[in-house]
Design a protein. Structure first.
Lengths: 458, 386
């Protein structure tokens, strides 16, 4: 079991493409992670500091609109508010199209997959309309640039990002003995602290107890997202006086952001974090039951390098099990649709030309019925990796329905017999070849190839 | 559903028919009776102390200065309890004996207060997670019902439903999906799935359900929770007797006054849609709404509550002996709380569920204690059924 270019694209990337050649080795795959692919710059998603201006403008306009009620200006402010709201909705839909186009055209499929993996590891959800367009910009600014560096850097960027602070109710959290609470009440909120331990770092099986959650929550108190900022800030008045002890380590009694950062750096290289996150990576990329020695080697690389992620990925890709021919995992719905577009050769020229509402209707809405509503995971634990979670009768039916009908609406379809080669390369089985040839129409032929377990698995 | 035609079709194509729960050993002669059970999973940890409120308690008011502000607005339930005002539309059900609450209960899950582990334990119905997850308790219940066919029990919606996962036959579907295939397209897909049991079974069941669906009604604009309720009622009026789905939105860490109100509004509409959809069969129905754990006794610093321990189960339906709060109330004094912070669970919620299952489906107490909820001691019958 050794490196295989088709498996590299299918298992670790966004699928085979008739346009983009697959990587030729592990070194090439890992090297490609460090710098953005050209498509990431030509097809852009606004960075968070830019996109959040819509939030500010919307908030401002809502205020003006309230003030204008009953006056002559009311119609005009109402119209402006409607336009801006539509723009913000459009922004979210454009980000979906951009994410598909990047997956379809990138020369580094693994960069896209890792970006999605870490965005899921650090799941955020928009809590209201004012932030509904900010998930993709969060990923663009806080996740994508940090996927190939030290985990501590990614952790600090993502777990303390304004979107995370908003999603996990951190901003109003104040130490029980803080100045703010003494003056006007309030108190602690444990949500972010709990998920930081349970999901982001050491894992629910890790060595922590309620008291660690509490202490970490006290340490985090003071990290806030102020409405008009683009970065988190620190309000010492909300901080709990005194030192906090998390997992046996006591952090500086000084109320400042650097104490919080110290704690995150400590958690980032904790052996339980290395084991938990390495196992999760292996389950997302290799197998629902990865060999223990693979996870151990990844965790060892983690600890040897202070959590340098490229070393961890290299350990995964150097392990023979990474290249096992049996494809055990199932592409989640977004990845299924993205890999279908890539195999069909649909990229910026075609998808970029679709009106935004049409792209949303063909490529966004169907994800719901497949079980993966775009940017709407159920909880902070994100989407599942287990194949069985995705292949239920209703979800698989939705995939089949999409495969049979949607490509036909988007393009002049290729001959299904040729399409087997484009979609599966040397991994296309004789059965898929036979089925593609036996279909009654092109749409059905392409549909059965896309809906086949051969294409669904990776 | 034209089962025979479906079976012949799939057997002729050799599509992993032998392993399918839809064609698992089936005794067509026996029927499971008229009683119906709906289990609604309230994902996110519903705050039992805010839904079924101990309004006479001074401690409760003191611990929840913001959340108790509208304490006098909800229906009086007797025994010092009042209903959250957002459930006022359900108060007539309470009066009619078709709604009850079980309070100060929980699963055996303690101390780590993780939603995900908490929900796994709630659905697995076992004592702890040390030996991993195998199947769900509703699935093991189905295993105790003689002659159960795949369309007896339905997991409905887009959520993963561990509660019905397992070896016993069951079906799953989401009301928003439709599957239209040409005969040739169907044959080709069956051929391609033959070597992959996971996809083979999903395809087979999808085809079976799609065939059994009534004509596609236009349901655009109908909210998700109502579509779940409609589909559940439609299945239960047919062959199905057991159904489960989930409602999210209960994780109210901040501004619980708003968040919980919205979640309860959806729950209220869901229950009423089930009642309306079930029509005369509502009298034979028990609906159990369960959640992974309760929330902290005290309101937190942000107008919400954090993850706690003891909570409440809500029961609905004509098969329920309603109009009362079932509880061995622990009190809310400092020393009476669990860990000084949570409502103390005084009984395992599985005991109430277990007695209910025994009564609804004629399953023996031994089977409940050994198979459905292994290791549980049922204890005395709380008598939640009418």
């Amino acid at each position: 079991m050794s490196f295989d270019p088709a498996l590299a694209e299918i298992r670790f990337g966004t699928g085979l493409s008739p346009r983009v050649p697959p990587p030729q080795g592990v070194a090439e795959m890992v090297d490609s992670l460090a710098t953005p692919d050209i498509i990431e710059t030509t097809v852009s998603v606004p960075p968070f500091p830019e996109a959040v201006l819509y939030t500010h403008a919307l908030r401002q306009l809502r205020r003006e609109n309230r003030m204008a009620m009953g006056t002559e200006a009311a119609d005009e402010t109402q119209a402006r508010l409607m336009t801006l709201s539509q723009d913000a909705v459009e922004l979210r839909r454009q980000a979906l199209a951009a994410t598909y186009i990047r997956a379809a055209e990138t020369g580094s499929g693994m960069r896209e997959r890792l970006t999605a993996f870490w965005a899921d590891h650090f799941t955020v959800r928009a809590k209201n309309f004012l932030t509904q367009h900010l998930v993709a910009p969060y990923i663009e600014s806080a996740v994508r640039p940090y996927i190939a560096g030290p985990f501590s850097l990614l952790l600090k960027q993502a777990a303390l990002h304004p979107m995370m602070l908003d999603y996990l109710d951190q901003t109003p959290s104040a130490g029980p003995n803080s100045q703010v609470v003494e003056r006007r009440g309030g108190g602690l909120n444990e949500n972010l602290a709990r998920e930081l331990l349970e999901l982001h770092t050491i894992g629910v099986g890790g060595p922590y107890a309620q008291v660690d959650v509490r202490e970490l929550a006290e340490l985090l108190a003071g990290v806030v997202w102020h409405q008009d900022d683009t970065d988190p800030s620190y309000r010492a008045q909300q901080a709990e006086p005194g030192a906090e002890t998390v997992l046996g380590r006591t952090f500086s009694p000084d109320a400042r952001l650097s104490s919080v950062m110290e704690a995150l750096e400590y958690l980032a290289v904790h052996p339980a974090t290395a084991a938990h996150v390495s196992g999760k990576l292996a389950r997302a990329f290799v197998s629902d039951a990865p060999p223990q020695d693979m996870v151990d080697e990844m965790a060892a690389a983690w600890l040897d390098t202070g959590g340098h992620l490229r070393a961890v990925y290299t350990a995964m890709l150097r392990h023979p099990a990474a290249w096992a021919p049996a494809r055990r995992l199932v592409k989640p719905p977004f990845d299924f649709v993205a890999s279908a577009l890539r195999a069909l050769g649909l990229g910026q020229a075609e998808l970029g030309a679709l009106p935004a509402d049409r792209a949303w209707g063909q490529l966004g809405v169907p994800l719901r019925a497949m079980g993966q509503s775009w940017e709407e995971p159920v909880g902070p634990d994100g989407w599942p990796d287990e194949p069985a979670a995705w292949v239920t009768p209703q979800f698989y039916a939705a995939r089949i329905a999409w495969a049979m009908a949607t490509p036909d609406r988007l393009m002049d379809l290729p001959d299904p017999r040729d399409f087997v080669g484009a979609a599966l390369g040397p991994l296309g089985s004789p059965e898929v070849q036979r089925a593609a040839a036996a279909a009654e129409t092109r749409a059905e032929g392409v549909g059965v190839v896309l809906a086949s377990p051969d294409f669904q698995r990776r | 559903m034209d089962r025979r035609r479906f079976l012949q079709g799939s057997l002729a194509l050799g599509c992993s028919a032998a392993a399918s729960p839809l064609v698992a050993p089936v005794a067509f002669a026996s029927t499971p009776g008229d009683r119906r059970l709906v289990v609604i999973l309230l994902r996110g940890a519903m705050d039992g102390l805010d839904v079924i409120r101990p309004v006479d308690s001074r401690e409760w008011r003191a611990a929840r200065p913001t959340l108790s502000e509208d304490a006098s607005a909800g229906a009086d339930l007797g025994g010092g309890f009042a209903l959250h005002p957002a459930l006022s539309d359900l108060a007539p059900l309470w009066q009619a004996g078709e709604m009850a609450a079980v309070h100060a209960v929980s699963t055996p899950y303690r101390d780590k207060r993780s939603h995900f582990d908490g929900q796994d334990l709630l659905e697995a119905g076992i004592g702890d997670l040390e030996e991993g997850l195998r199947d769900g308790w509703l699935n093991r219940l189905v295993g105790q019902i003689p002659g159960a066919r795949a369309d007896l029990a339905y997991a409905i919606g887009r959520e993963r439903m561990l509660i019905l996962d397992g070896a016993a036959p069951h079906a799953s579907w989401s009301p928003e999906v439709s599957l239209l295939l040409t005969p040739q397209g169907q044959r080709l897909l069956e051929f391609l799935c033959a070597g992959d049991p996971l996809f083979g079974l999903a395809l087979e069941e999808a085809l079976a359900v799609a065939e059994s669906l009534p004509g596609q009604e236009d349901v655009r604009g109908r909210a998700d929770h109502l579509r779940l309720a409609d589909f559940t009622a439609e299945r239960l009026r047919g062959e199905a007797r057991i159904a489960s789905f989930s409602l999210a939105g209960w994780d109210t860490h901040a501004r619980q006054d708003i968040g919980l109100k919205n979640a309860l509004q959806r729950l209220s509409e869901t229950v009423l849609a089930l009642r309306d959809g079930l029509g005369p069969d509502w009298d034979q129905t028990a609906v159990a709404c369960i959640t992974e754990f309760g929330r902290t006794f005290r309101e937190n610093g942000t107008g919400g509550t954090d993850h706690g321990t003891g909570g409440a189960m809500l029961l609905f339906g004509g098969a329920i002996r309603g109009g009362r709060v079932y509880a061995d109330w622990p009190g809310l004094g400092e020393s009476q709380l669990y860990g000084g912070r949570d409502l103390l669970p005084t009984r395992d919620v599985r005991a109430h569920l277990g007695w209910m299952l025994a009564g609804l489906f004629g399953v023996s107490q031994t089977a409940i204690e050994r198979q459905v909820f292994p290791g549980l001691e049922l204890g005395p019958d709380p008598g939640v059924l009418a």
